[in-house]
Structure formats: C-alpha cells, structure tokens
Design a protein around this ligand. Structure first.
Ligand code: AMP
Ligand code: MG
Length: 473
C-alpha cells in the first residue's frame, strides 16, 4: 500500500511520564464514513481506497511512522480538581507538518481503552463523532480557531450507553496540539517541576517561539483565549464543558461534547444535560475562561525565580483579561451591526439590540443576518421592539464606508443548528448519510446566501426543539 502519513513525532520525545504508549484496540468491521480529502492534502497525507483508510482511521492498522500514545493530563471539571485525567478514549497517532509549515497532531478519538479510561469503555458512538465532525468543520468555515475533522469511521461494534446499544465510531481529529491547561495542572499538582519545565519548553517551541518567560506565555494564551471566546459569543456558540482539561493552550476550540449554537437568543442559554447549574451558560463563558486562565497562571508560578513577584504579575495579567475580552467582544459585535471600528457608544447600541432580542425571543443568527435584507424585524415576537431600535442604527451606519460588506462577513447565514444535527444523527444511525454530507457542504460556506438551503436557516419548530444535548461520551 502506498498510503502515507509523513509523521514527524515530537511528543513521544518528551519524558515517559507525559504519556503511555498504547495501540488502538482493533474493531470488528471498520467502514469509512468520510475522509476529509481537502484537509488531508493540506497535511501532506495521501489518498487511498476507502477500505484502507477505514483500517487506519478505525485503529485496526498502525500507519508507518506512527507512535500511538495516550497523553496524561489533569483538570478542573465543573470546578472540582481531578489530579489525573488523560486520553481515556483517544490516541495521538503522531504529528505532521502541514503545507504552511505548522505542526499538527493526528488523533483517534473512540479508539479503545487506555490507562486513563477510569470507568469508561474508551469508545465513542456515531452521534458525538458526527456532531464533532460537523461542528468543528463549521467552526473552521466560520473563521474561528478549532481542531478539525480528518475522518470518521464506523467500527462495526455496538457501544452501550443509557439509550442502549448504538453504532460505534471513531473520529480522527487534527489539532495544533492537544496541550491543555490541564496538562500544566497535572505536573504542577504533582510538584514535578522538572516535568513542568519540559512542558513549558515544549509549548514555547511549538506554539510561541518568540516567548521569553512564563509570564509572556501566560499573556499569549490569555490573548488567544480572549479572542476565541469573544468569537464564540459572536456566533452564538456554547461549548458546554469549559473544564480546564478542555481549554487548549493553542487557542483552538477543542473537545466538542454537548456543545450547541443558540437559536433563540437568551444570554443564560445552557444545552448540556450535565450542566445543571448553568456554569457554562452562553454568557458565563467570558467569566469562566478568566477563571481557567487563573488556573493556568497558578501552574506557572513554580517556574519563576521570585514567586511572590510572579503571583503579583500573573494576577495583574488575569485581572486584565475581562477588559481584553470586552475589546474583542466589541470588535466582533460591532462588525455584526456593520461598524468596522466600534466605540463605546456603538457597543451600547449592540447591548440594547441584544436586550431587545432577549425580550423579543429573536433568533440570534437570523436577526443579525437579517440586518442585510430587512428581515431582522421579523425575528421579534413584537416587531416594534426592533423598529424602535432601527433608526438610530441606520443613522450610525450611514457614516460607515461599507457596512454591508462588514455585516456579510460577520453574520453567518448558516450555523449548525442543533435540531438539524439531531436529525442528521438519527438518519446516520439508520445508515443514511445524505443529511451529514449536505450539512457539511452548506456549512463550508456559512457566509454565502445559498438560497437552495433556506430550510437550514429556519429555527426549530416547537416539535423540533432540542432542549438538552447529552455528553459526548
Ligand atoms: P470530556 O468531558 O469528554 O472532555 O472527558 C473528560 C475525561 O473523561 C477525559 O479524560 C476523557 O478521556 C474521559 N472519557 C470520556 N469518555 C470516555 C469513555 N467513553 N471512555 C474512557 N474515557 C472517557
Ligand atoms: Mg476532554
């Protein structure tokens, strides 16, 4: 077979306590659902017949040059600290250097148990695999940093969940890295300063080569996360499980579980069935990320020569983050109403619109996109709520150079709506992948009108509403 993944593995060179070497547990009947050929080409990965790809991306065959391993990490889950987590159902196959010279991880998710599986079976079922595939690719097309989906395969084996036996599947994902806040927490919690130092050096070399000290690294990660979370807010995304083990040092969106895009706007929206207290509600995300960065800051203190000084400096960096998020938020939402360089007054205009949208039960995506074609008002229960906001806004954007272009590139027409994902999963379980393929095709161009896909713009009917999204296990 001529299939080739040009691996250049670096994580395996780290000390052995960073991971466990482990191969995937073979599955009965691997079958390829999809291979992302465009992404594969970017990564220098060759094409192959489906049957060969299925063997590799289900874990049945270890591709040449791979050094499969499960990474260890820790993390705060819903605020409680777990000193040891790790890849419980995932394996890092290795890394490749992409077309732009950037290192990328290739990881199998759902590939069987590892020493970090705890009570889990190490498997994934088809639903969460397809959800992550569609939502991560949509996030990328929306222009936000994210892990990508390279392949999805069926295992031919059932996975047992609350709902009973479900088709097992494996997702192959690509990430700038899988380094997490929780990876730093793992070594810090064990007071393994040598390990922490090795992790710091690895992180700097891989992601932030210009960084000169841990304070500088912290500032860079804070900057990336402030931008990321403001980006999520601007497209109505709710991650669902912003635990520190699901917060990437690279600034990418990672670990799509019970995530969802909001339909009707409400700042307190929660989708995850396990987030009973709304810790990770839509508008809490901007607060939680600051808390998560404080946890990262704590792990970096032991690397500093003067720890008291470090605590003072790091505290200042973390305390400055809400203002950074505010700046990013204003830029992102200003663009949504057609203002390229919004000032504080413009931000108030946005806040006023959002307050009216809450009260008017307006669809988040369609209201903003509707500013382009006059359909925004139709999204409000009481159209007057929009009509009394509109004149001042019109007067304001009359002073802008090209507000239409700004809005068209800031307000997607298409988001992966939760009810469409659920319908897609239901069809896939019945072996019909047409909805999956169509979602991918339409969501690859979220800012284009695509009139033939108008049905995918429609918010759910009362019967279609998905109240809860169950955890991605
Ligand atoms: P998550 O909430 O999906 O980020 O997962 C939290 C932790 O649980 C991670 O360490 C996962 O590897 C682990 N985990 C989740 N699902 C499973 C599973 N089915 N089998 C083994 N480990 C799992
Ligand atoms: Mg996770």
């Amino acid at each position: 077979m001529t299939f080739e993944i040009p691996f250049q593995n670096s994580y395996v060179q780290l000390p052995e306590r960073f991971y466990t070497r482990q191969t995937a547990m073979p599955v009965r009947a691997p079958r390829l659902i999809r291979f992302n050929r465009e992404l594969a080409a970017e990564l220098g990965i060759s094409d192959a017949p489906d049957a060969d790809l299925a063997r590799i991306f289900s874990g049945n065959e270890v591709p040449e040059g791979a050094t499969p391993l499960a990474q260890v990490y820790a993390g705060h889950q819903f605020g409680g600290f777990s000193p040891q987590l790790g890849d419980g159902r995932a394996l890092l196959l290795g890394e490749v250097i992409n077309r732009n010279g950037h290192r990328r991880d290739i990881q199998l998710k759902g590939s069987g148990p590892t020493p970090y599986s705890r009570m889990g079976d190490g498997r994934a079922w088809l639903g969460p695999v397809l959800r992550e595939y569609v939502v991560s690719e949509a996030m990328h097309a929306l222009g936000l940093p994210t892990t990508r989906a390279l392949a999805a395969s069926l295992t031919g084996e059932p996975v047992y969940r609350e709902a009973g036996g479900l088709p097992g599947a494996v997702l192959t994902r690509v990430a700038a890295s899988h380094l997490r806040v929780g990876t730093f927490q793992y070594f810090a919690a064990r007071r393994d300063i040598e390990g922490l130092r090795a992790l710091y050096d690895y992180t700097v070399a891989r992601h932030y080569p210009h960084v000169e000290n841990p304070a500088h690294l912290l500032a860079e990660v804070i900057r990336g996360q402030a931008r990321l979370v403001a980006g999520w807010l601007s497209v109505g995304f709710i991650h669902g499980v912003m635990n520190t083990d699901n917060t990437a040092i690279s600034g990418e969106t990672i670990d799509y579980g019970p995530c969802a895009f909001m339909d009707t706007y409400h700042p307190q929206t929660v989708f995850s069935s396990i987030d009973t207290r709304g810790r990770y509600a839509y508008d809490n995300q901007a607060h939680v990320i600051v808390w998560n960065m404080a946890q990262l800051a704590t792990t970096l203190v032991p690397l500093m020569p003067d720890q008291d000084e470090a605590i003072t400096d790091f505290t200042a960096l973390v305390h400055a983050m809400p203002d950074q998020i505010e700046v990013e938020w204003r830029r992102a939402f200003g663009r949504k109403i057609g203002i390229a360089k919004p000032n504080a007054q413009d931000a108030e205009m946005v806040a006023d619109l959002l307050a009216r949208m809450t009260e008017g039960h307006a669809d988040f995506t369609n209201t903003f996109r509707g500013l382009l074609d006059g359909t925004a008002r139709d999204q409000f229960l009481d159209r007057e709520m929009f009509d009394t906001w509109e004149p001042a806004w019109r007067a304001r954007i009359a002073r802008e150079e090209d507000p239409e272009h700004v809005m068209r590139t800031a307000n997607p027409a298409f988001i992966p709506r939760n009810h469409r994902i659920e319908q897609m999963i239901e069809a896939a379980v019945a072996d019909d992948y047409a909805r999956f393929e169509r979602l991918l095709q339409v969501l690859a161009h979220p800012y284009e009108d695509q009139p033939e896909a108008a049905d995918l713009k429609r918010p759910p009917t009362a019967a279609e509403v998905v109240e809860n999204t169950f955890c991605g296990t």
